[in-house]
Design a protein around this ligand. Structure first.
Ligand code: NAD
Length: 356
């Protein structure tokens, strides 16, 4: 029987509560589909600062590197807000992404049919369903480029540099083309090639790569137009690939269209199959410990893990189908509407398990 080693980074706030439910669902899925999962706990974020003084202990990196995949709850909270920037919980998050070489961030923006009313967009705009996959480059570009302070003839000035090399663009491009091949074979590459030289190299590289994927229709959009199109006609998109900074902004915009932050999963991948999977929301300190957090984003992150790191697509399908089904009757308070059964975090985990 296959055995997968998973490192759990439960983190802070609601992190431990939602990870518990995701583990419950993964165990149920393992039973049903005939594989085994072994878990190792490691510290990241505020809990790591409390225990060791730093947000990312070396032991955590070592455990993650030795595992098949990593599941993260969320990190951060007011308790650690007075830490210096380099020792904040969020620094641990950037650190683990760097240490594991996670250069590709996959953010699905999905509207589940029963939650259509939660979208701020009109029904005629979102249609029956919205299902976009944003592939964001995560370890290059302006967030990692040279930056500094200078002066322009005595006037204080500052600069940040957007730089990509062809290898960096090709490797994220391949992730996106491969993703499009598994979906509806349409890829939108987003850049600002009318102004930025780095974007012109990005576009040339995507066009060259497209020769290897003749079945995928490649189109290009400027980032400002893409931001507009996402709210004008989101149904036109299948897979979007873009740089670190553009992806940061567009993926938040796309996730807001779904209307429910407690529902959205994400994956960050490196060039091996190792990935880190996490909900897109934070540690929600305002509701931590109350047993009311929505665990579905974390449960859906497990589905992404099964699909992209563990090669168990049927198990992934089963979790996604159960999550879609459960929403027809059962809701945590953040997505509750009248007529539904209002449940706690653990009851939601149980309800998903019962449908697998
Ligand atoms: P947040 O996502 O934690 O919370 C925003 C709002 O959404 C809150 O009202 C919260 O109660 C609600 N919410 C979030 N997830 C929910 C869930 N699963 N179920 C029900 N309601 C949910 O964002 P924030 O308040 O800006 O940040 C809180 C902390 O989380 C900060 O310390 C921030 O730095 C950190 N953070 C961490 C991550 C991460 O670990 N990847 C991401 C974003 C923010």
């Amino acid at each position: 029987m296959k055995n997968y080693n998973i490192t759990l980074l439960r983190g802070d706030g609601i992190g431990p509560e939602i990870v518990n439910e995701a583990v419950k669902v993964l165990d149920k899925t393992a039973d049903k589909f005939g594989f085994k999962v072994t878990y190792t706990d490691a510290l990241l974020g505020g809990c790591a600062i409390d225990a060791t003084g730093v947000p990312l202990p070396q032991e955590t990196i070592d455990k993650c590197l030795a595992s098949d995949s990593v599941l993260l709850g969320a990190v951060g909270g007011p308790k650690w807000d007075s830490q210096p920037g380099s020792n904040r919980p969020e620094a641990g998050l950037l650190g683990i992404r760097g240490a594991l070489g996670l250069f590709a961030n996959l953010r699905p923006a999905v509207i589940f049919e029963p939650l259509r009313d939660a979208s701020p967009l009109r029904k005629d705009i979102i249609g029956d369903a919205m299902d976009i996959m944003i592939v964001r480059e995560l370890t290059g570009g302006i967030y990692f480029g040279e930056r500094g302070r200078t002066d322009d003839d005595g006037v204080p000035a500052a600069y940040d540099t957007e730089k990509y090399n062809v290898n960096e663009i090709e490797r994220i491009g391949r992730v996106a083309f491969d993703m499009a091949m598994k979906r509806n074979k349409k890829l939108t590459s987003v850049d600002k090639a009318n102004v930025l030289e780095s974007s012109r190299l990005w576009r040339e590289t995507m066009i060259r790569l497209s020769a290897e994927y003749p079945e995928v229709t490649l189109e290009h959009l400027y980032v400002d137009n893409c931001a507009m199109q996402l709210v004008r006609n989101p149904k036109q998109f299948d897979v979007i690939v873009t740089s670190n900074i553009f992806g940061d902004i567009l993926s938040d915009e796309a996730s807001m269209i779904s209307g429910s932050i407690g529902m959205l999963a994400s994956a960050s991948l490196n060039s091996t199959k190792l990935g880190m999977y996490e909900p897109i929301h934070g540690s929600a300190p305002d509701i931590a410990g109350q047993g009311i957090a929505n665990p579905l984003a974390t449960i859906l992150s497990v589905a992404m893990m099964l699909r992209y790191s563990l090669d168990e697509p049927e198990a992934a399908d089963a979790i996604e189908a159960a999550a879609a089904e459960v929403l027809k009757t059962t809701r945590t308070p953040d997505i509750y509407t009248e007529g539904m059964k209002k449940v706690s975090t653990t009851e939601m985990g149980d309800a998903v398990c019962a449908l697998i």
